[in-house]
Design a binder for this molecule. Structure first.
Ligand code: NDP
Length: 290
């Protein structure tokens, strides 16, 4: 029986591994740092639970991982002794991943970055967008069908590390749009226009974006702040994006957004959702958008 491994069953990985088990002919071996989660996955999805990485990856042609950072990916992959192909769905660091790919190649391991967008909802529905960084078209052709099991749009964006670069910039654009939209709504509140009324206009006008249309109405105005993507991880992605902004680009939006998110991490409660960064602006302005 053909096997793949999945390392890291967090908000995203748990659902992606479940879809791989349900919708491919592969047996999925799962590992998670907290073994209870892997145990639950095995029971819920008929995957194969392993207590350590070395056992999980045994006889696996492909090893997926979806972990918080590249540094953690590097640590976890230390225990991979199998000659295999790693498909890293973590939103990681381009430069560090290129270095990691070189190190791994000396151990007979091929590394591909394949970060995803679409959030927990997209992970569950297998409608993720997957941005693949790998050396050549042949490698991409080999893994494309496998990635289509968990994603709807699978795109080869360039060599190793470039998937991570696209992902970081995407999240920088996403967080920047959220913050600038919130700033606009706060200014309008100060002149007496209610946020829902302002959004009604803006969403029928040219200022509309994903934040004005979905994120702010669903997660900010309701006071829910529970999209399912942590502020800490969003801040990490924005820091990566700001390192990609060189020369004249370095004092653009990406740098300011990264700074604001870092401050939000320091000021808001541990475990806060990324949408809660709006609370930082609210408290500074002294106005609430709800
Ligand atoms: P979560 O915080 O929900 O899950 C993190 C996972 O990593 C858990 O399985 C956790 O294990 C494991 N982990 C954490 N620290 C370590 C460690 N030191 N050693 C081993 N395992 C560890 O993260 P998400 O699923 O939200 O995100 C995973 C990746 O996907 C991130 O890079 C994120 O940026 C990216 N992403 C997230 C999206 C989202 O909307 N949530 C969307 C797109 C990308 P344990 O259970 O033991 O804590």
């Amino acid at each position: 029986e053909c096997k793949v491994a999945f390392l890291g069953l967090g908000t995203m990985g748990y659902k992606m591994a479940g879809n791989l088990q349900a919708h491919s002919r592969l047996k999925v071996a799962v590992w998670n740092r907290n073994a209870n989660v892997a145990d639950k996955h095995a029971k819920e999805h008929q995957s194969e639970m392993h207590a350590n990485v070395k056992d999980a990856v045994k006889d696996c042609k492909y090893v997926f991982c979806c972990l918080p950072t590249t540094q953690i990916v590097r640590e976890v992959l230390k225990d991979v002794t199998e000659e295999t192909t790693v498909i890293d769905c973590t939103s990681g660091e381009p430069d560090a991943s290129r270095e990691l790919a070189e190190e791994l190649s000396k151990r007979g391991i091929r590394y591909i970055d394949a970060p995803v967008s679409g959030g927990p909802k997209g992970a569950l529905a297998a409608t993720l967008t997957i941005m693949v960084g790998c050396q050549d078209e042949d490698t991409f052709d080999e893994i494309e069908a496998l990635l289509e099991v968990i994603g709807q749009k699978v795109i080869h964006v360039g060599p190793v590390g470039s998937g991570h670069a696209v992902k970081a910039i995407n999240n920088s654009m996403n967080a920047s749009a959220l913050l600038l939209s919130a700033e606009g709504l706060l200014a309008l509140s100060q002149v007496g226009v209610k946020p829902d009324v302002a959004l009604d206009v803006i969403n029928a006008s040219s200022g509309r974006n994903l934040s004005t249309q979905e994120r702010i109405p669903k997660f900010v105005l309701t006071g829910d702040f529970n999209f399912g993507f942590s502020l800490k991880l969003m801040s990490k992605d924005n820091n990566i994006a700001s390192t990609l902004m060189k020369g004249p680009l370095s004092d653009g939006y990406a740098t300011r957004t990264a700074k604001l998110l870092q401050e939000a991490c320091e000021e808001l409660e541990e475990g806060a959702d990324f949408t809660a960064c709006v609370k930082l602006l609210e408290s500074r302005v002294g106005v609430q958008l709800r």
